[in-house]
Design a protein around this ligand. Structure first.
Ligand code: HEM
Ligand code: HEM
Length: 490
């Protein structure tokens, strides 16, 4: 059912209705993404410095232990979080041919989420933490997260119900999985008994606590850093490439197999612990099976560019997306490998894991976000991007920076792993002094810092480009309006 842009509302026939998309909320989330991205990565660079140069630990609030969770919370929930909200608010309205159901709830979602991030930025350096990774925030903030998330869900699902387009495109299914599962994971893992405003104890104990925590932790990766970004890929990549998705059937198989398999893979974080062997084996088997849907998704993304590869020469958005999808392929190839008990015996507790994390985070999440922002900027602010050249520089500085980061971490990780398990002929540890293994990898930490700073410099370039673009944008940015036959909406 075609919709047309409205020139003069007065000329609309009585059997036609007018509807408008809320673009202001998307602009707000885009700006928040870029600003929090800068903050989160600045903290990342600082903790990267603190590892080889302990003097940079400025106690007690700015030590590595306090700032590390601030980094992870800022980049995951503030940078990646605001990016997926921008993607969801922009694409859902278009895929449903309907405005978000409640403008007021969109604003509560936006300001509520930013307040939660500020609360995290205050409490984490103060040492107020549950000490559960990626779920460090204490119970009052956890309740706020649950409330804001439910508000988001009500707004999203009501918009789905109000849709003018009968078919639900695959991106919407990825968003649905995200919204439902994150609510279940967050509420399930955060159940705790408060003893004061700043302290609580989880209702789970011992091994159960570990298992619930890593069911959450792993699926935070799956349903916060993967499924919404796949939805983003399925919407924005065909738009940018001006090609339909390679195989719609494959995207559906991709969706159902991915969501079914991911939820079981959490125990691979608990290899060689007190968790029963069979449970860890289940985690490992499901992780290996995950290879298939993950690569199905990657192939579907890359093949969408068939016949359009020449566009990569000039189109920075497509370049960003190609790096993003390629790194999705790399980290989902590496993940199943790391879950194998024999490989995990070498990689666990080493910087290999940090390399894996940042291949996914910088490559997949970062570059998909940058691609989306560069695609959205001219559309949301109705003016050409200030500088394509600067965006291109961002692409190269970011790519080289990320490669330096991950190569340094792979090299550090394998060095650590091999040194920890090296024995002499008598069966004694060859490097019993832990410091010896640390000193060995200090040069790699410096390389990681250089790579991280380059990636951060790319972010600064993007922010400057955004600032200049917004400065040259028209003052008045009315919401775009469309018409549709009234009976279809019924
Ligand atoms: C300038 C860019 C960045 C730098 C310099 C940086 C640096 C760091 C450092 C030094 C650590 C601590 C590693 C350790 O404990 O040994 C870390 C951890 C982490 N970072 Fe980043 N980071 C950056 C960007 C990002 C982004 C964009 C994301 C996510 C979207 C991210 C997600 C994480 C996660 C999840 C961890 C915890 C890893 C684990 O516990 O295994 N980082 N980062
Ligand atoms: C098929 C997909 C994937 C599988 C099977 C997988 C598997 C794994 C395994 C086995 C570990 C190491 C656990 C350990 O030794 O402690 C790990 C760590 C991690 N992975 Fe993945 N991974 C996948 C994709 C990704 C992607 C795409 C990202 C990021 C966007 C990611 C983010 C992380 C993070 C943040 C950790 C560190 C968790 C911690 O703090 O210990 N993974 N993953």
């Amino acid at each position: 059912m075609p919709t047309t842009s409205v020139r003069a509302e007065a000329s609309i026939k009585p059997d036609m209705e007018v509807y408008r998309y809320d673009e202001q909320i998307v602009r707000m989330f885009v700006l928040a993404t870029a600003i929090w991205g800068l903050v989160g990565m600045l903290v990342g660079a600082l903790i990267a410095l603190q590892m080889p140069f302990w003097q940079a630990n400025l106690g007690p609030y700015l030590t590595f232990g306090r700032l590390r969770p601030l980094h992870t919370n800022a980049v995951i929930f503030a940078f990646a979080g605001n990016a997926i909200f921008a993607a969801i608010y922009y694409s859902t309205q278009r895929l449903c041919k309907a405005r978000m159901a409640f403008d007021s709830l969109s604003r509560v979602h936006f300001w509520g989420w930013q307040s939660i991030i500020v609360a995290a930025a205050i409490t984490l350096p103060m040492g107020i933490t549950t000490s559960k990774e990626y779920a460090e925030l204490e119970w009052p903030i956890d309740i706020a997260i649950a409330v804001v998330w439910v508000i988001f869900a009500v707004n999203f699902f009501t918009t789905l119900r109000n849709r003018r387009e009968k078919h639900m495109y695959v991106a919407l299914w990825f968003y649905i999985a995200t919204i439902i599962t994150v609510a279940v994971l967050h509420i399930g893992n955060s159940l705790a008994l408060p003893v004061s405003m700043t302290q609580s104890y989880p209702i789970y104990a011992g091994v159960q606590d570990a298992l619930v925590q890593w069911w959450y932790g792993h699926n935070a990766v799956a349903f916060f850093l993967t499924t919404p970004f796949l939805g983003l890929m399925y919407y924005f990549l065909p738009k940018a490439a001006e090609r339909p998705v390679f195989s719609y059937r494959l995207s559906i198989v991709h969706f159902w197999s991915l969501v079914f398999l991911y939820i079981w893979a959490g125990p691979h974080h608990l290899n060689y612990t007190a968790v029963p062997e069979w449970a860890v084996t289940v985690g490992m088997v499901f992780s290996v099976m995950l290879w298939m849907p993950s690569w199905g998704g990657m192939i579907n993304g890359l093949f969408t560019l068939r016949g359009a590869w020449h566009k990569l020469r000039d189109d920075v958005v497509l370049k960003m997306f190609v790096i993003g999808i390629t790194f999705y392929g790399m980290s989902t190839f590496e993940g199943p490998l790391l879950s194998l008990k024999s490989v995990n015996a070498l990689s666990h507790y080493t910087d290999w894991t940090i390399g894996h994390v940042h291949a996914g985070a910088l490559g997949w999440n970062g570059f998909m976000t940058f691609g989306m922002i560069y695609w959205l900027m001219p559309r949301l602010w109705r003016t050409p991007l200030w500088s394509d050249r600067l965006a291109n520089t961002h692409f190269w500085v970011g790519t080289v920076g990320m490669l330096l980061y991950v190569m340094a971490m792979y090299s550090a990780g394998v060095t650590q792993g091999l040194m920890w398990r090296a024995f002499d002929e008598a069966g004694r540890l060859l490097y019993p002094d832990f410091m010896e293994t640390m000193i060995q990898i200090v040069p790699m930490y410096w390389v990681r810092l250089v790579g991280g700073l380059m990636y951060l410099a790319g972010m600064v370039l993007m922010l400057y480009n955004m600032y200049r673009t917004i400065k040259s944008a028209p003052k008045d940015l009315p919401d775009p309006a469309f018409t549709s036959p009234r009976e279809v909406a019924a």
